[in-house]
Design a protein around this ligand. Structure first.
Ligand code: ATP
Length: 471
């Protein structure tokens, strides 16, 4: 039985079991930030490992990169972020609250407004009675743009304080709002040192920062988050083919590797109005969150826009010499396909997708995270039946042996039933109970999370038994 999943249920479970906490909680919190506790950090790591495995380890033509968060300000000038990376902002003069103008219009009038100017948006506000998200009457200001990049300064020059000198702005730099630009800037060096030929990709995982106007919906929209991005460089004539290939491959990854329900995923091509000016085609992979279908990943055909921009602004030759093109070869800018996703949104989708409430034999509700065993943060729990020294010695040995290869939880507190419930909520696929018989028969009882079936397994065979089932 799968009950209605609400944001509240997911957020409660995440907090109760220590997956996620609000950032800086003891100081009242810092909006748009979350901290991952033990199980959350491990789950997030599983997602990143699965992505690297599928996209770098198992793909011969995709290599890894870990570029700096801080980059030369010219990078953002070239990429267009300094001028254009902004959202439409509107203030309510009554409540003094700020909102994303496009979101209010989309939610209340059901119209897509991508590509409209601030003047057009202001007109829509004037001609329609748009309320606050809480349903209150509002007195709106004009719509204006708000740049989402976090500005800071490099070196001992404060660009904002009273001591800021005349050229203090020269020290202004930004926290990257996406990881992608690090890949474009380094692409030539990566290509030369890895000796890759087209088509090839560069994959990167890392933090990105956006000063979102309205962070929220749990970890869906944060001000500090993590991205996993691939820039896949190919011959211009082949970009359409590769764009299609990546859309299929990325959908396959969510269902086959992460085990997300196919019915909850949707590949949504952008309409002409939605497309960025540089994009020859973009599709989003949307997941059905409790608040509706929303973006997990964007897969864009960025043409040669970024490389051309960086070539122009840096003055460096970023062309690729293609020896296979004609007898003498030819230099040109490759075209780029970009599959770009957010780690936090994937963690959120996994929590929603795996969350199940089912009645137990006593008529109570059993909450289980039915995560794919290979993705579960903890692979197996070792549980001594009772908190007794004779059991502790053997249990600790079982734990230490398994922990060489697997992430293990060792839990002695509370009744065995309570401990099973705790592991169910964490999503642990196997619980290994060490009892008094274990001292004689050198075996443990293994309980499987979903079926709750129990099986006696020799301790000597336990590691193999678990590994075979952790797929
Ligand atoms: P949205 O329209 O939801 O703001 P976007 O289209 O601006 O997202 P991209 O610039 O395409 O997002 O970023 C790629 C991915 O990074 C997104 O698909 C999403 O998973 C993730 N992401 C973007 N912004 C945030 C954020 N504020 N918090 C968490 N994840 C984010």
């Amino acid at each position: 039985m799968k009950k209605q999943i609400t944001m509240e249920k997911i957020a409660n479970l995440a907090k109760r079991r220590g997956f996620l906490f609000g950032g800086s909680d003891i100081y009242g919190g810092l909006q748009g930030t979350y901290d991952y506790g033990h199980y959350g950090a491990l789950l997030k790591q599983r997602v990143k490992d699965a992505w690297l495995r599928s996209n770098v380890q198992e793909m011969d033509n995709v290599v890894a990169l870990d570029a700096s968060i801080l980059m030369h300000p010219k990078v953002w000038e070239a990429s267009g972020h300094t001028a254009n990376f902004s959202d439409a902002l509107v203030d309510d003069k009554i409540s003094k609250k700020r909102y994303r103008a496009d979101h209010l219009i989309e939610e209340q009038l059901g119209m897509k407004v991508e590509g409209l100017s601030n003047e057009d948006l202001t007109k829509i506000f004037q001609e329609n009675e748009i309320k606050t998200p809480e349903g209150q009457k509002a007195d709106w200001t004009e719509v204006r743009s708000f740049n989402l990049m976090f500005k800071t300064h490099a070196g001992p020059v404060d660009t904002s304080g009273p001591d800021a000198g005349p050229d203090a702005d020269a020290a202004a730099i930004y926290l990257r709002p996406e990881t992608a630009q690090g890949i474009f800037v380094d692409y030539k060096e990566v290509q030369a040192t890895t000796r890759k030929k087209l088509p090839f990709g560069i994959a990167q995982i890392g933090k990105a920062f956006r000063n979102e106007i309205t962070p929220g919906k749990f970890i869906f929209r944060m001000r500090e988050f993590e991205q996993m991005e691939i820039e896949f460089f190919c011959k211009p004539a082949e970009s359409k083919k590769w764009h299609e290939w990546w859309q299929k491959e990325r959908m396959r990854w969510y269902t086959d590797v992460l085990g997300i329900d196919k019915k909850k995923l949707k590949l949504r091509p952008h309409t002409k109005d939605e497309l960025s000016h540089y994009s020859a085609g973009t599709s989003d992979i949307d997941y059905e969150f409790p608040f509706g279908f929303s973006e997990l990943e964007g897969i864009a055909n960025r043409t040669d826009y970024d490389l051309a921009q960086h070539q122009k602004v840096s003055g460096k030759d970023l062309t690729y010499f293609d020896q296979s093109d004609g007898p003498k070869g030819k230099s040109y800018l490759p075209h780029v396909i970009e599959p770009s996703c957010g780690v936090d949104r994937i963690v959120f989708a996994l929590l929603c997708d795996a969350y199940v409430e089912e009645p137990d034999e006593k008529g109570d509700v059993r909450t289980v995270l039915k995560l794919k065993p290979s993705i579960a943060p903890i692979s197996a729990a070792v549980l001594p039946l009772m908190n007794k020294p004779e059991l502790a010695k053997l249990s600790e040995k079982v734990r230490d042996d398994l922990a060489k290869d697997l992430m293990i939880d060792y839990d002695v507190t509370g009744s065995i039933g309570k401990r099973y419930r705790r592991q169910d909520e964490i999503g642990t696929p196997f619980c290994c109970t060490v009892d008094f018989d274990s001292l004689e028969d050198k075996a443990v009882t293994v309980r499987e999370r979903d079926s709750q079936k129990q099986e006696r397994v020799k301790i000597a065979d336990l590691a193999d038994y678990l590994s075979e089932r952790l797929t």
